[in-house]
Design a protein around this ligand. Structure first.
Ligand SMILES: [Zn+2]
Length: 526
């Protein structure tokens, strides 16, 4: 008898101590699953880092239940183009991204990546980070390491060395090869050489993603080149941050998109990513000085600026770039975002800086100011030279996904491009809700399942049983970007809960202490 009571007691205490079935249940959501299918009502149950069940009413025990009360429950967003490595060590929580619902950041775009990647990944993994983190291997970085900033073809020996470095990058865990053929030294690379390296990445399961050679006058040819690299290299190819720069060339997205459609029709796997803003951001040197002036690096550039003949040539080309390309035809359309040599210049436009230097504001004097900025040590800038019409045409194209081209910001420092704070929520607020250019389901697909499929991330990007629990919860009626060009340090509105690998990282308007982010490795990691 006593024994029976004891057994009963033991059994009931065992029952009480038994953990609930799930670690987290998100109840009463409108599921936008990432595939583009219409939303549906359901609860989402998570155990560990995995979505274990999605069903209309999950009533079993859970360690924690959040009633999302009709809000949208979507896969966490995957940003295929970021410059997050500058900030990930300083701000490992990546607040400006996570608060938009971004749960995975992809680095190494524009031909620039850490080299080698493996020790860099180890460093990131050792830092407790909030979002997941991954990278491409950069063609420009590889060329710089083997050939330097020289404007010439590679020798057979150099080509072999570069192939090896691509192979190594893929074995270290890259998701493919990126190029920045607009930048030095990428600008000195013949297409054939890019094809040779892309082929190596493609054989190892990687994709090719390119900041193209020219996004202004040569934009159509550049899209042709990007397609050719995919077609000849035998791998998926992507035009990154697709845009048309310079008023004279506005409208050409109709031609570039036609090229993409034709390529896809003949079986070339060509896609696009884009950020939803009519201004770009890069260094003033890259945007407003010709590439040839930068051959051989900064020292050579300074020498050319010292020589009156070459200086005049550089100035004339810089004036042309201000008039017709990234300068947007007006020095007021170029705004310094950060200047190490004089932080007070951040937020000032090229007209204001020209006036400050005692010169009347003309395009020629603005070119003088641009050269002065570069000689002083350089600034990064924001360039208002893209049309809303091109932006919208590219955005609604079915082969276009969303990528920010942003960075992890330190809140309040400098005057960065608002894309770092607003890209994803701006698409959901302005282009879905206000302009009704996209359905909510299509927009989410462009931020989740589409980039996941592009990268070969088979266990993320869709809300489905068995997938990793990266989740963004937001109010479709309120979600919006609040960051502007004037006041970029302003977080997303309307996102209420963000989950990474099953752990809540953002809720009630604040980041939580959880840092569940992981380094994600590409298909050939050894
Ligand atoms: Zn770029």
């Amino acid at each position: 008898m006593r024994r029976a009571v004891l057994l009963m007691l033991l059994a009931s205490s065992a029952l009480a101590a038994q953990p609930p079935g799930y670690d987290l249940v998100l109840r009463n959501g409108r599921i936008v699953d990432g595939t583009g299918s219409p939303w549906y009502r359901a609860d989402v149950a998570i155990k560990g880092d995995t979505i274990v069940r999605i069903a209309p009413a999950i009533t079993e025990g859970a360690a924690r239940t959040i009633d999302v009360n009709g809000l949208v429950v979507a896969p966490g967003f995957i940003d295929i183009h970021t410059h997050a490595r500058r900030g990930i060590f300083e701000v490992p929580t990546a607040d400006n991204y996570v608060r938009q619902g971004v749960t995975t950041l992809i680095e190494g775009p524009d031909g620039g990546s850490p080299l080698p990647l493996r020790p860099f990944f180890e460093k990131v993994a050792a830092r407790r980070i909030t979002p997941n983190f991954a990278s491409f291997i950069g063609q420009g970085t590889i060329r710089g390491a083997v050939i330097g900033d020289a404007d010439r073809k590679a020798t057979a020996d150099e080509l072999e060395k570069m192939r090896d470095l691509v192979r190594q990058g893929m074995e270290d865990g890259a998701f493919g090869l990126s190029s920045g053929l607009f930048y030095v030294p990428g600008a000195f690379t013949p297409t054939d050489e890019v094809v040779e390296l892309a082929r190596v990445a493609g054989r190892m399961g990687g994709i090719y993603i390119s900041h193209m050679r020219d996004e202004a006058r040569g934009v159509v040819d550049s899209v042709r080149e990007t397609i050719a690299v995919g077609e000849r290299g035998g791998l998926p190819t992507q035009v990154t941050h697709h845009k048309v720069i310079g008023k004279m060339y506005w409208g050409r997205s109709a031609d570039t998109l036609k090229l993409i459609d034709e390529a896809r029709a003949r079986g070339v796997d060509a896609t696009i990513d884009q950020y939803p803003y009519t201004a770009s951001s890069t260094s003033i040197a890259a945007a407003l000085l010709p590439a040839w002036a930068q051959e051989g690096g900064r020292e050579q550039l300074l020498k050319r600026l010292d020589n009156p003949d070459t200086r005049e040539k550089i100035k004339a080309e810089a004036a042309g770039l201000i008039r017709n390309e990234r300068g947007g035809g007006d020095p007021r359309n170029v705004v310094a975002s950060s200047c190490r040599f004089d932080p007070s210049l951040a937020g000032k436009n090229l007209a204001e800086i020209t006036t400050k230097r005692g010169l009347p504001v003309t395009i020629e004097n603005a070119a003088e100011t641009a050269m002065w900025i570069v000689m002083e040590g350089g600034c990064s800038g924001i360039f208002h030279a893209i049309s809303e019409e091109d932006l919208q045409r590219i955005l609604v194209h079915p082969a276009t996904m969303i990528g920010s081209d942003g960075e992890i910001t330190l809140f309040g420092r400098n005057v960065p491009h608002p894309r770092s704070y607003g890209t994803f929520v701006r698409v959901l607020g302005r282009y879905v809700r206000e302009l009704k250019l996209l359905t909510l389901e299509t927009a989410v697909q462009k931020m989740s399942a589409f980039p996941a499929q592009r990268l070969g991330l088979a266990d993320r990007g869709v809300l489905k049983q068995g997938m990793k629990a990266d989740i963004a919860v937001f109010d479709a009626a309120r979600v919006a970007d609040t960051a502007t060009f004037e006041k970029p340090h302003s977080y997303a509105a309307g996102v209420s809960t963000v989950v990474v690998n099953g752990e809540v990282v953002f809720e009630n308007g604040a980041m939580t202490p959880a840092r569940p982010g992981r380094v994600l490795y590409g298909p050939s990691r050894k």
